[in-house]
Design a protein around this ligand. Structure first.
Ligand code: PRT
Ligand code: ZN
Length: 286
């Protein structure tokens, strides 16, 4: 029987939409009627299982799924023998310790002997051990931010993205423990057919991720500036340089990383570049 790669994604929540969007951008033709708990790609041996994010690592470990998309925080909290194949660039957040605002706590060391409410007791304990601080951890599965105001704890340790939830609960961030994002995970695989499907899926995910982080750039420049511009935007190997009808000028095409983008544009203009065009890239295969 033909093998099918089973991928678990969050059914609803912060990672749900982006996870499906990534898979669709990878070219998997998915019917995503969210009332069903699983669906299959019409053009690839891939089945998607829609689950609660916390259950995804266990499903993989127990062989009910082969791979999955979860926040690294979920993986870091569990001690499962799973591996991260790829960071996916969405669902970014940080795990932080927060304390009432105002309060006299200045660093983690000041939390000696206090009670900290958290849904991430293991990560927090490891962090406190590193900092040689002894505090008691009060485990909660949600609504952690409310704990100090109702007298359950003196501090909390929870995920933060914009910071508005801790601020609106009268708290301030004391220390960041770690930064996380969504990632593609799986367990060490030995079945050759599944390994082949996984390699194909990872190639596509990497290509989409690289495409999302890159921009295609085209510009005109005087020939004298080509060596400097080539150093600035080398692209994969070197930029394409095409002569313009105007003598002494060329059109230069390359790829630029989105993070460096505006800095590079300023430098290109200083080097005499004109008519700079920037286009999105769908996929970039190494
Ligand atoms: O139902 P299910 O169990 O599947 O979902 P869930 O409710 O447990 O998880 P969900 O959808 O809230 O989060 C899924 C994943 O998104 C998390 O595991 C993180 O990897 C990632 N993520 C990114 C976040 C946040 N940002 C985030 N801000 N997860 C939770 N939050 C919460 C945080 O706990 C706090 O309550 O949002 C609040 C803070 O947000 P800000 O913007 O006010 O700082
Ligand atoms: Zn959850």
């Amino acid at each position: 029987m033909l093998k099918v790669l089973r991928c678990a994604v969050q059914k609803s929540g912060r990672l749900a939409e982006e996870s499906v969007r990534l898979l669709k951008d990878c070219g998997f033709d998915l019917e995503t009627d969210r009332s069903s708990l699983k669906t299959s790609a019409r053009n690839f041996p891939l089945q998607i299982l829609f689950l609660r994010d916390d259950d995804i690592p266990t499903y993989i470990k127990d062989d009910a799924a082969d791979i999955g998309i979860v926040g690294e925080n979920i993986l870091a909290e569990r001690n499962l023998d799973l591996q991260v194949y790829e960071k996916l660039g969405f669902g970014r957040c940080r795990l932080s310790i927060a304390v009432p605002n105002p309060s006299n706590y200045k660093s983690v060391g000041d939390l000696e002997g206090v009670r900290i409410a958290s849904s991430y007791p293991r990560i927090l304990q490891r962090f406190l051990d590193q900092k040689r601080t002894t505090a008691s951890i009060y485990e909660l599965s949600g609504s952690v931010e409310i704990a100090p105001s109702i007298g359950l704890s003196e501090a909390i340790c929870d995920l933060v993205s914009s910071g508005s939830t801790i601020a609106s609960n009268g708290l301030r961030e004391l220390e960041i423990i770690a930064h996380y994002e969504a990632c593609l995970i799986g367990k060490p695989e030995s079945d050759p057919e599944l390994l082949e499907l996984l390699a194909k899926l990872r190639l596509r995910v990497t290509a989409v991720r690289r495409g999302r982080c890159s921009r295609y750039i085209m510009l005109n420049a005087p020939n004298s500036a080509i060596p400097e511009i080539s150093k600035l935007i080398p692209g994969e190997k070197s930029p394409s340089v095409l002569p313009l009808a105007d003598t002494g000028w060329s059109s230069i095409h390359s790829v630029v990383n989105e993070n460096d983008f505006w800095g590079v544009i300023e430098k290109l203009k200083n080097l005499g570049a004109e008519g700079i065009l920037v286009l999105p890239i769908g996929k970039m295969v190494a």
